[in-house]
Write a protein that binds this ligand. Sequence first.
Ligand code: GDP
Ligand code: MG
Length: 429
Amino acid sequence: MGTKITRIHEVATEVQRALLLIISSTSDPQSQLERRAEELVSLVDTMGVVSEHVEYVTLRQPNSSTLIGSGKVGELTALIDELSVDLVIFEISLPPRIQRNLEQLWQCAVIDRDEVILQIFADRAQTKEAVLQVELARLEYSLPRLTRKWTHLSRQRGGMRGTRDAGETQLEMDRRQISDKILLLKSQLAKVVTQRAVQRSQRIESSIPVGAIVGYTNSGKSSLLNALTGAGVLVEDKLFATLDPTTRAVKLPGGEEILLSDTVGFVSDLPHTLVEAFKSTLEEAVHADFLIIVCDASSPDMIANYTTTVQVLEELGATDKPAIVLANKIDKMEDGFGVSRLRSLYSPVIESSIVTSEGLDTLVEEIATLLKRLRPLSTYHIPTDRHDLVAHLHRWGQVQHIEYQEDVIIVTARIDGRYQGPLLEYLHA
Ligand code: GDP
Ligand code: MG
């Protein structure tokens, strides 16, 4: 009985709760602060941590040891106690020394926005390259922070509290080990990049079209995936036992099955040390058959964000695939100027709202149209002794009609160009 209670308690405390701090100067407009807060809440949520409270701190003069000054530190100590949060998250990058001092004063983990982003990348990294790239960014981040007592990023090693009381020699050793590891990772990465082309061809194993949902954090990507899969269109998950948690199978009204992947969101002001790690986590988008680019139409930064998204996709070589652009959150939109601008850059743009479900039907129709373009309906005249080709069409395509004639099998089907090779000579004009 006693053990049971303890277990429940342990499970309950596994979800960490955080106090979020938005640090601003006196001249920052309120609306901008709110956007920064919203983005951080969204990032923290993606990390699986509950945002208990958001506190705005106006900074007139940065304090060299605590940034926010002793008065504010004291106020926040009381707040941390009252809320009994597990960690404090700053919306800015914190110098290691200040981070260390605040952890000492508050006796809890203090992390910054970079660390949140790193954690999200680490959770999402899937390809070999992404795993190495994120590990590299993580080690480079931790190198100047070795003396920290609380390490949030070492979650997988269990516990929040670092156990080591770092002496100078130990510290030197750790530093050298990490530097060596960084060198090793860099050489491994160089190899992986040259192998990338090979991996890419091995990955094409499913005949089901894959769509990647891309866009900024907080634009509504995860909500969209949930809305599309939650409306009774979810395909039996067991069929796709190997799917990673951010990919779902969806059946369109016309019966076509597709896979949709949620990707790591873009963030504003991505620290330059994390750019490579971010791009590597987007590799999945590069392998998708089509893209859904989600924009937040209620944000004044929508056009700039869309432009950045397209630029990064271009750098990754992912702009050759068909894309659908969503102007989401139109229920919160103030005027239509942003969407008009977006339309002048890309067409068509679908206006949508996850809250009112507006535009979701149009999106689903657009996906179906796009799939038809990717896999046009064709008719094949297959010799009766080539049943293997009929089987091939069933396995890799969608057969709409079969007619067995005396000397020929007439099949009407859709199949991806990648699988059409053996059928080409039987294609009927
Ligand atoms: P992601 O970071 O792109 O995955 O964004 P989320 O799906 O987590 O959504 C971020 C926030 O925006 C959440 O609080 C959602 O409830 C909210 N949201 C998403 N779509 C809409 C929408 O169409 N309208 C409004 N008003 N809020 C939305
Ligand atoms: Mg999300």
